[in-house]
Design a protein around this ligand. Structure first.
Ligand code: SF4
Length: 900
């Protein structure tokens, strides 16, 4: 049977609408929803791959039944057990001895139930979300200046703006469909000015008229200096300031010291660039700021947000078409979590947990005597409390803190110390699931109903298209059924706090909690969303449409209706480079991966653009460290170390290194390493409690690991996912271990250590790849610890293991990836070092994932004289589907034109 269901993409905050096609109870295809106002039918490479990630054969990655201590149990048993354990813990140690750690991937209804469970039933504010790592500085910035956590702009403003000020956001990769709209806006209006503030020359920065490549962490100095210039040159909107703001004089006095010269010194850019940015911001016409993790993930993230919003207030660039400070949410439902108040400092309906009147309102609404007053622990603090033994039981839903939190060693110690860790997850393979005492199988995207809110305050429906596998259930239902059991113990005989029979009923209760608040959605219902499509809030009772843009009436959500200027001074990052740790490390995002890769990591095609973990550094830094591109380096900070391959990048300033945040210990392991967050810093912003994931000091040096192994290929008796899992044993058994999906159903494994492992370990690896049979070519030189195994299938390479000497990796791997017959190259298979002529090269990276066009094909076209995007697309078809690769194609064309 076939069906077509409209839903929403589960990845980034753009919130694209998708159409799911089902066949025989499985998701057969996913395409963009032409009717959805966020994307009008477009999807990026991640969205395009959704069907592959939901394929029935991915069932092997799923958690299918509740487990206690690794043994499957029934739902009744698991929830009874948990209710008893939690009740005992709360009775013995108080409500703050437990904590709930949630996720911006949860639907609004899931979030709502967990929040009520924690605060109304358990009586703790220890409920927080991974949105703390993502958006909490934006929340604090909006609230401190505009009075409410409400992004005032909308996507349509991209088309109405005359100047886009993009700070700390590589939208070309992190919000690709939005970037398509930016490209289209400039194509329609070539006068549109684009300023990008980013320490790296990203694809977004290449698109800019003015790229300010500031020293990481110096944003506040730049924004204050821009305000200094705006005031000095009389470019401020004095009438707006006088009529609609407060606190201007203090900020005016504070920015006096931020001269362009002072800012240029702090930011490492030219004075003229500071002045040019300020003039464009103030004069170009409506100016829209777009910002993301580069501002938020910082120990001074709130100050960065505030300093940017000050610029909008000084120029009156808010509350009108094409203008405003517009934070781009990272996750699909970071906004929904904020709306229901599922963060330690918030309450439903944008209320504050610290406000006694707000607590009383919500307690009345929920029918309980009171809500807890004691401040809750935020994300990092929750794990610090668990490590200190203050939080004894952790319930983690739909997120992977053993990958995503900074300073992983501390996080792992928290897991060890906690008495009980409950992990509610769709995937059994995440780093966190492996550390759980109790696992609860959750339904995931395509299998459950609810709503999400995107960056522009637009609420969209998420719809179930297929049944969840095994015993997996929607997250809200799991929380509800646990809550009912727990309330039977904690408040017997009282009416239930968890009365809902459907996610829609949860939505209806949430909706009522917003009545009279800035985000009032009392006019919305699932029926309205179904009939009129996705809607922006506020959407109060009686409205016929949501509000596209906030503050058009110039009345802000503060007590006096005036927006507040707030003084923000530049502070150096929490950890500065020094003689021991001289390199600044920043974490970045890849184009085709999503967060901890629980879902995108199951689609081999999404690894084609960035096939392996790499630390990018300026060539001069590599040279100073004695490292060649492709070499293995040891990266150390005060918190830990990891090994990773390095690559050279002219897009970085000297002294800066970049490591994608996606690579957790599932991909980038080693005896002492826990992925990228082995080395990052848990310093917190004082207002938002958001950790400084974007900046820490590290040392990068040559890895002193003399023994190397590379193995790649598929296994004859397992699919790629099963082979990947089989290699688990190797990920902590060596000083360096890296594994990634490769080819259609294969894996690429790299290992390094000081000494070769035992023959038994090598045999185990060979068995995993099916390299132990009689049809395998073998070569061993025990004296030099060199080994070589190659298995062929129908004259094509199926799997290879090279240990001790890996010099022939590249041609063997390329031949394997191409699936080409070995043919005349067969004689080279037996030669450990010899490389066939013309094959001494690193396998080419895929640029256009949709159509499988690699760098080498593009380089060949450019070498033949192709110079325009249209010509390149006509020749190779690259960039003609989702368009995610178009910025990179433009960059390659620009480089070719410059070289010519
Ligand atoms: Fe999904 Fe890509 Fe759209 Fe983001 S831009 S919502 S990842 S399709």
């Amino acid at each position: 049977m076939r069906a077509t269901i409209a839903s929403t993409c589960p990845y980034c905050g753009v919130g694209c609408g998708v159409i799911l096609q089902t066949e025989g109870g499985a998701i057969a295809a996913v395409r963009g929803d032409p009717a959805h106002p966020a994307n009008f039918g477009r999807l990026c490479s991640k969205g395009v791959a959704l069907a592959a990630s939901a394929a029935p054969e991915k069932r092997g990655l799923r958690l299918l039944a509740p487990e206690i201590g690794g043994a499957p149990v029934s739902w009744e048993h698991a929830l009874d057990h948990l209710a008893a354990r939690f009740a005992e813990c709360i009775a013995a140690h108080g409500p703050d001895s437990v904590g709930f750690y949630l996720s911006g991937q949860l639907l609004t209804e899931d979030y709502y139930v967990f929040n009520k469970l924690a605060r109304a039933l358990v009586g703790t504010n220890n409920v927080d979300s991974n949105s703390r790592l993502c958006m909490s500085s934006a929340v604090a910035g909006y609230k401190r200046t505009l009075g409410a956590d409400a992004p005032p702009a909308c996507y349509e403003d991209l088309e109405r703006a005359r100047c886009l000020f993009i700070a700390g956001s590589n939208a070309a990769w992190a919000h690709p469909v939005l970037f398509r709209r930016i490209e289209a806006a400039r194509a329609r209006n070539p006068a549109l000015k684009v300023i990008v503030v980013d320490p790296r020359r990203t694809e977004t920065a290449r698109f800019a008229d003015l790229h300010l490549a500031i020293v990481p962490g110096s944003d506040v100095a730049l924004f204050n200096a821009m305000l200094h210039v705006i005031l000095w040159e009389g470019l401020a909107d004095s009438a707006f300031i006088a009529a609609h703001t407060s606190g201007f004089e203090e900020v005016r006095d504070a920015v006096r010291e931020y001269t362009p010269r002072a800012a240029a010194a702090a930011c490492g850019i030219g004075e003229d660039e500071v002045i040019a940015a300020a003039r464009l911001f103030a004069r170009a016409g409506p100016t829209l700021s777009l910002y993301c993790q580069g501002l938020n993930q910082s120990a001074s993230g709130t100050d960065k947000n505030v300093a940017l919003i000050n610029l909008h207030l000084a120029t009156g660039q808010i509350g009108r078409p094409g203008a405003g400070p517009f934070s781009l949410t990272g996750q699909p439902n970071a906004m929904g979590g904020r709306e229901v108040g599922a963060m330690a400092n918030l309450l439903p309906g944008h209320r504050d947990a610290a406000d006694p009147a707000h607590r009383a309102e919500v307690a009345r609404f929920w029918g309980v005597d009171r809500l807890p007053a004691r401040p809750g622990r935020t994300a990092v603090e929750m794990f610090e409390a668990a490590r200190a033994g203050e939080i004894r039981m952790l319930w983690i839903a739909c997120t992977n803190p053993a990958q995503s939190l900074p300073a992983q060693r501390l996080v792992r110690e928290a897991f060890e110390r906690a008495e009980l860790v409950v992990v509610q997850e769709a995937y059994r393979t995440t780093e966190t699931a492996r550390l759980a005492d109790v696992l609860l199988p959750a339904a995931t995207w395509g299998e459950k109903d609810g709503t999400v809110t995107n960056s522009e305050r637009r609420i969209s429906r998420v719809r179930a298209a297929v049944p969840a596998p095994g015993l997996a259930r929607p997250d809200w239902e799991i929380a509800r059924d646990f809550g009912r059991r727990l309330e039977a113990r904690l408040r017997p005989g009282k009416p239930t706090l968890f009365p809902w029979r459907s996610a829609e009923e949860v939505f209806d209760e949430h909706r009522e909690s917003t009545r009279g608040r800035d985000l009032d959605i009392t006019g919305l219902s699932w029926a309205v969303l179904d009939s009129r499509g996705p809607q922006q809030w506020p959407y109060p009772e009686g409205a016929s449409a949501g509000r596209a843009r906030l503050y058009e009436d110039r009345v802000f959500a503060t007590a006096d209706g005036r927006a507040r200027f707030v003084v923000a001074h530049w502070r150096a990052p929490a950890e500065r480079p020094d003689a021991h740790y001289p390199i600044r490390l920043t974490t970045v995002r890849l184009r085709d991966q999503w967060h901890a890769m629980s879902r995108t990591g199951s689609v081999p095609a999404l690894f084609a653009h960035a096939p392996e973990p790499r630390l990018a550094m300026h060539p001069s830094d590599l040279e100073r460290a004695g490292l060649q591109p492709g070499a293995l380096a040891r990266v150390s900070s005060r918190r830990g170390s990891l090994h990773v391959l390095v690559e050279a990048s002219e897009d970085l300033r000297p002294g800066l290194a970049c490591l994608p945040m996606h690579w957790g210990s599932r991909y980038l392991g080693g005896a002492e390493a826990f992925g990228a967050n082995s080395v990052t810093l848990a310093a917190l912003d004082p207002h938002s409690r958001q950790p400084e994931l974007k900046h820490c000091a590290v040392r990068v040096e040559r890895a002193e690991l003399g023994w190397r192994l590379v193995a790649f290929g598929s296994a004859p008796d397992a699919d790629g996912d099963a082979l990947f899992e089989r290699l688990d044993f190797a990920m902590r058994a060596f000083a360096f271990a890296q594994r990634v999906p490769a080819g259609e159903r294969g894996v690429l494994l790299r290992l390094a250590d000081e000494h070769p492992p035992s023959a038994e370990v090598l045999e185990r690896l060979d068995r995993a790849f099916g390299l132990a049979g009689p049809d395998t070519l073998r070569f061993d030189d025990p004296r030099r610890a060199i080994g070589r195994r190659i298995a062929l299938e129908a004259d094509a390479i199926r799997a290879v293991r090279l240990s001790g000497d890996t010099r022939s990796e590249h041609w063997l791997r390329e031949t394997w990836l191409r699936g080409a017959p070995v043919g005349a190259l067969r004689r080279y298979l037996a030669m450990p070092v010899a490389v066939p002529p013309g094959l001494d090269r690193v396998p080419s990276r895929t640029v256009c994932v949709c159509l499988g066009v690699d760098e080498r094909a593009i380089a060949a076209a450019l070498a033949q004289g192709t110079r325009t995007l249209a010509a390149l697309q006509a020749q190779l078809r690259c960039g003609t589907q989702c368009g995610s690769c178009v910025p990179e194609l433009r960059a390659l064309l620009a480089a070719a034109r410059a070289a010519a």
